[in-house]
Design a protein around this ligand. Structure first.
Ligand code: SAH
Length: 316
């Protein structure tokens, strides 16, 4: 047996052993897999997450998870629960409710996959969920996913640490803009590091104004990447000093990622994915798709699922 097969068998045995009945204490013991689903393109799911999805009794999913993953890769008889969150917008499922769902299902012996967009740990509420699981002594695993920064950088052809351009990259958010003080802004404006901002398209004018005020160089570019890695990806790209004159007050389709740095100028010469000019949403907005405590059934999910095809996806 190859090393890989042996490892896979151990993984299968482990998940079945942990999602069942613990004979020593006589009560059902489930397990929670906290997994990243990648940023959009369903083919960016890891094989490990896929294997767990195919076994899971219950899948609890975030909003920024491709419908195709849920439609094609889950067990057909598994329970699908949608617990969308959108920057505290109305309709977002309260975290306490998500925690309760984890305990309810894993506590009754189920194998639960908690699927999060991108990576499971980057700008997510994983810590609340880990605390809940630890408190209830529920076993868990964490499976990484491709975070939006890496997906967007690849699909927009912006190498985040291109030699001669930048030697470091920072993942940030400007969502809670009052938290950031003067020395922080100065540092951001002056650094040679590439800056990647999550959840920051609404306050983008403010973000750019601050960087200009603290002297960001004219050689720095900005890329705004809407719906990265999906067939609806659109990239807006310009030198940061020119942004406000042409784009002040712009609204972007969620989710949107911002990349700032010299490397952002590399999009233009190396772009390989054509821009979509549709303003359609790849991911259903939370206010439309979910009520606070809504639990969507698999049939409901399937009926709303859209099909997109990537022109050059390798066919299996
Ligand atoms: N855990 C996720 C991030 C969740 S925070 C990850 O690792 O990617 C949600 C933010 O991520 C969005 O507001 C947006 O800034 C970014 N994001 C997630 N998916 C994205 C996508 N497909 N395109 C652009 N930005 C995305």
């Amino acid at each position: 047996m190859s090393e890989v097969n042996q490892y896979n068998n151990e993984l299968s045995n482990q998940s079945f052993r942990l999602a069942g009945t613990d004979i020593s204490v006589g009560k059902p013991v489930g397990k929670v897999i906290l997994a990243g689903a990648g940023p959009g393109d369903p083919e960016l799911l890891t094989i490990k997450a896929l294997r767990y999805l195919q076994k899971a009794d219950v899948v609890i999913t975030d909003r920024l998870v491709s419908e195709e993953i849920l439609t094609n890769y889950m067990r057909k008889d598994a329970l699908l629960l949608s617990v969308g969150k959108q920057c505290s917008k109305e309709g977002s499922t309260p975290q306490s409710h998500i925690n309760d769902l984890l305990v309810e299902h894993a506590g009754s012996g189920k194998l639960v996959v908690r699927l999060k967009g991108g990576d499971a740990s980057i700008f997510s509420n994983i810590l609340d969920e880990l605390r809940t699981l630890a408190t209830h002594q529920i076993p868990y695993e964490i499976i990484p996913g491709i975070t939006a920064a890496l997906g967007a950088a690849a699909y927009a052809a912006i190498p985040l640490t291109a030699r001669g351009y930048s030697t470091a990259v920072r993942f940030l958010t400007h969502y809670k803009k009052d938290d950031l003080n003067e020395s922080y802004w100065k540092d951001l404006a002056q650094t040679a590091d590439t800056l990647v901002f999550y959840m920051s398209s609404d306050p983008l004018d403010h973000l750019v104004e601050n960087l200009l005020q603290y002297g960001i160089g004219a050689d720095k570019w900005l890329a705004v990447i809407e719906q990265a890695t999906t067939p609806l990806q659109h990239v807006y790209n310009c030198p940061i000093h020119e942004y406000l004159s042409s784009k002040r007050g712009s609204h972007y389709v969620s989710p949107t990622l911002i990349i700032i740095g010299k490397v952002a100028a590399l999009h233009e010469p190396f772009q390989w994915l054509p821009d979509s000019h549709s303003k359609e949403n790849y991911f259903a907005p939370v206010a439309v798709s979910q009520a606070a405590s809504q639990v969507a059934s698999r049939t409901e999910k399937q009926s709303t699922s859209k099909k997109y095809f990537y022109a050059d996806s390798p066919k299996t």
